[in-house]
Structure formats: C-alpha cells, structure tokens
Design a protein around this ligand. Structure first.
Ligand code: ZN
Length: 477
C-alpha cells in the first residue's frame, strides 16, 4: 500500500490519465463474464479428455478453424485453433507445462466470447479484421494427464527449443515457422509463493519480455513486447493493485520464449501466480480472459506504442517469500527454556484419483524470525505458548464415531491425534482438525521442527485457544 501511495505522489496526474485510457468495454466485460465462462471446466486439474470435446465443438463454428496438428508422446492429439483473418499474426500456446492450466481455462472462455453476438461485437470485428489468431491449447497433454510439469518421458519442453526432441516442442516450432508469427504468447503458471518484490502482495500475474541474447539487448521487437506488457499491467492494476510483477530476464538459451524472441516473434510470457482465497484460480482465470482481449485490442490498434520500456522496467521482480500460514511471536518451550518464534507452514498437494484430485499435506517450511516473509494466513500469537497435541487414549471405530463427538471439547482437553479401527481414505477427511491414525499407531511426536507436520495448540492463561493441524489454523470455540 505504501508503494502505491508513493507511486501516486511521484507520478500524480499521469497515473490517473492513463487509467482513464483503459478500455471501458473491458471493464463492462468483467461484469458480463458469466455469459462466456465455460462451465464444463471449473478447476485446475482437468485432463485432455475433458478439453478435447471443447475444442472439437469449435470446428464448424463461424470464424473458427480447428485442426489436429500433431500428437504427444502418448498419442494425444494436439490441436491448432484459428480465428480471424487480419494481417497481424498472433500465436498463443498454453500448458507447455502440464500442471499450469489457468490460461487454458481462460482460452475456453475466450472462444465462447468470440462466438457470441452482442454489445461487444465492436471488439470482435476489430480482432477478426486486424488479427489472425493461432491457439495451441494444452501443448503438453501427457503432462496434464499426470498434472506434472514435464512431458511423458520427463523432458521439460521449455528446455527443448534448440534440440526439438519432444514431439510437442517440435510441433510448436513448426507452427511458429509456418505462421511466421508477429506476436507470441507463452502461457504459464508460477508458484503461489512469489510476491511482488519485497511487498506482501502476491504476484498474481508476472510478465516477461524474454531476452534473445545473454546481453539482454533490446531491439524493436523486444521493446514492443515490453510496451504491450505495460498496457496489460495498467489494466490489471485496477483489479489487483500491487499484484503484478516481472519475471527474471536472464537469457535461457534452451527456452521457447527466449528463442521465439530470437526467431523474430515479439514474445510475452504470462505467469499466473497466487491469489488469496482462489485456490482453483477461477478469479485469475476471469482476469486472464479479459486480459487476452485487452492485449488483442492493443495489438490491433498499435496502442502499445504510447507506453515505454520504462513502464515495463518499473515493475518489481518476483520475490519468493510468501508462506501459506505464519504463526508469529509464539512462545516455544524446549528443555525448560523459552524462545519467541515465528512458525511458517506450507502445504503440498498430494494427488489421488489419477491426479484428478488432491489433498493437502502441511509441513513447517521455516521457523525463527520470519519478519521478511508474509503469510496468506497469519496469526499474531504474542502471549501464546505452543503445546504439542496429544493422542486420544481410546481407539474409536470409525470417522463417523469421531464426528459424533464435540470437536471443541476434544481440543480443550488437548487431543489432536485420534486412532480409528477403520481409517478412511484421506480424501474423505481433508481439512478435518484432527490427525487420524491406525489403531496400532504410536503417539506422534508432534515435534516443532522444519520439515515436520506437528499438531499443536496455542495456549494463553491456561486456555487452549487455537489448534494447528496439517498446516491449517483453527480457532477453538
Ligand atoms: Zn511453466
């Protein structure tokens, strides 16, 4: 917030006049989003089998052309979708990394939008007449199948731009050369732990105009890419102020973005990061959908020319200092001595159901003085003492017998860990404020140590007020 204030003080009126230039149709479109949202896909872990019918349904729709252009290593078809017949050629490819699917979802919304006939026809005809759009949604369907970054033989397609050994990477290069694209959109997701510089703001979007040489030279094409990013940042700041960053621009000789720029395509990398209260990235998807159209308009009208390289360079770099949960200033007692510590938990996703779903596994990622980190959730626990949770003495028969008990009573008595005769699948009790164990299990140590996943209470004046289980914080009421 302080940064934003400073920015306004320094730049005064120009900030507001630039905001005023933001396309008003784009702001109207945000409010009309539900008309175009593709509801068949509503979370991040969808697979090729769910995407494919959406793409095939576009064939035969007015203005669209859909063709299978290649296959992944495991034989899944990769499609090229075309729209528009203008002189400026724009190539967009999503999900080169299989577990980075936000842009693919936004593309489906965009396809719905382009088919509609309503008050936004002006922007549609501008796009159709000025641009030729080429989309490759889900370039890495085998990676998407396992919800992993790499392809079926564990090669990172984004390090294969020179050797072109993967069919997916080779196809991307072939289509780029065929199209001779003027613009390229390299669509990814990044860690939710990236923040905007040293601020607490999550880097919900990060951009990069990739370098085409180790010296990070700026030629006209790269300058244009930077100018376009400046346009996108200006628009996003209205909706997510202080949550746009730029990606490190060190030249990566094997990556597609860097080589696209080298091959003469003005390339921008878009990375979707984290947003509070949006674990499935559906709010980010909505912004991304409109962002595509803001970009297309700026390219079609060449309005990016009014912004400068400096507008791009004013963006802060990503800085990875976010944590899922931080407990601050708690008292930790070890061997009779007290220490005031911050404890940070992150949560990994453990997949099940062939990677279609997941549950969380919490772990302490850091402890001590975490004043340079920020938590998505934070608790100021000054005056509270950490007390490890205890094992409930008797073995219960099942999850339902536990659910018949009063959770708050069990917590007030200090219990976090419960043995059951029949432990259900983890998927059946995600985010239950207890750890479930087999009937033969020993009491967990609940050690407050980095890498461990302890259950513990925060106690003040002899009262257990909060409990942490599996990296989630619960108030005891
Ligand atoms: Zn990626």
């Amino acid at each position: 917030m302080g940064k934003l204030l400073l920015y306004i003080l320094f730049w005064g009126l120009p900030v507001f006049s630039c905001l005023a230039q933001s396309p008003s149709w784009a702001d109207d479109l945000i409010n009309r989003y539900d008309r175009y949202r593709e509801n068949a896909i509503s979370d991040r872990r969808f697979k090729h089998a769910e995407l494919e019918p959406q793409l095939l349904a576009l064939a035969g729709k007015p203005g669209f052309e859909v063709r299978e252009r290649g296959r992944s290593i495991e034989g899944r078809p990769i499609y090229l979708v075309r729209y528009g017949s203008g002189p400026v050629k724009v190539l967009l490819w999503s999900q080169m990394h299989g577990d980075e699917s936000t842009a693919t979802m936004a593309l489906l919304d965009l396809f719905n939008f382009l088919q509609a006939d309503d008050e936004f026809n002006g922007i549609r005809s501008l796009i159709r007449e000025q641009l030729s759009l080429y989309f490759i949604p889900m370039l890495n369907p085998d990676g998407a199948e396992k919800y992993q970054r790499r392809n079926a033989i564990d090669i990172d397609i984004n390090r294969d731009a020179l050797r072109l050994q993967t069919p997916e990477g080779a196809l991307l290069k072939k289509i780029r050369d065929e199209v001779d694209a003027d613009w390229g959109f390299n669509l990814h997701d990044q860690s939710r732990y990236n923040a905007v510089g040293l601020t607490p703001g999550e880097a919900t979007f990060s951009f990069l105009a990739p370098a085409f040489d180790p010296a990070k030279s700026i030629n006209e094409n790269r300058e244009n890419a930077m100018q376009l990013i400046a346009v996108l940042n200006r628009w996003l700041q209205q909706y997510i102020p202080g949550q746009v960053a730029r990606f490190d621009d060190t030249f990566e000789p094997r990556a597609f973005g860097d080589n696209m720029q080298r091959w003469g395509t003005r390339t921008i990398l878009i990375e979707c990061g984290g947003l509070d209260q949006d674990p499935e990235k559906q709010k980010i998807r909505k912004l991304h959908f409109v962002l595509f159209l803001v970009a297309f308009e700026a390219i079609a009208r060449e309005s990016y020319e009014t912004l400068s390289v400096r507008d791009y360079e004013n963006l802060d770099y990503n800085d990875r200092h976010l944590i899922d949960l931080v407990i601050r200033d708690a008292r930790l007692v070890e061997n009779g001595k007290s220490y005031i510590v911050d404890i940070g938990f992150n949560r990994n996703e453990s997949p099940y159901n062939s990677s279609r779903n997941f549950y969380y596994n919490g772990f302490i990622t850091d402890m001590g003085d975490l004043s340079t980190s920020h938590g998505y959730d934070e608790l100021f626990a000054s005056g509270y003492t950490i007390e490890p949770g205890k094992l409930y003495p008797s073995v219960l028969s099942s999850l339902s017998s536990l659910k018949q008990k009063n959770f708050a009573d069990l917590h007030r008595q200090g219990y976090t860990d419960v043995r059951l005769q029949n432990v259900p699948n983890r998927s059946e009790y995600d985010q239950l404020p207890f750890r479930l164990l087999k009937s033969t299990a020993k009491a967990p140590k609940n050690a407050i140590r980095v890498g461990e996943n302890p259950s513990f209470f925060l106690v003040k004046d002899g009262r257990r007020a909060y409990v942490v289980v599996n990296g989630f914080l619960y108030k005891i009421e």
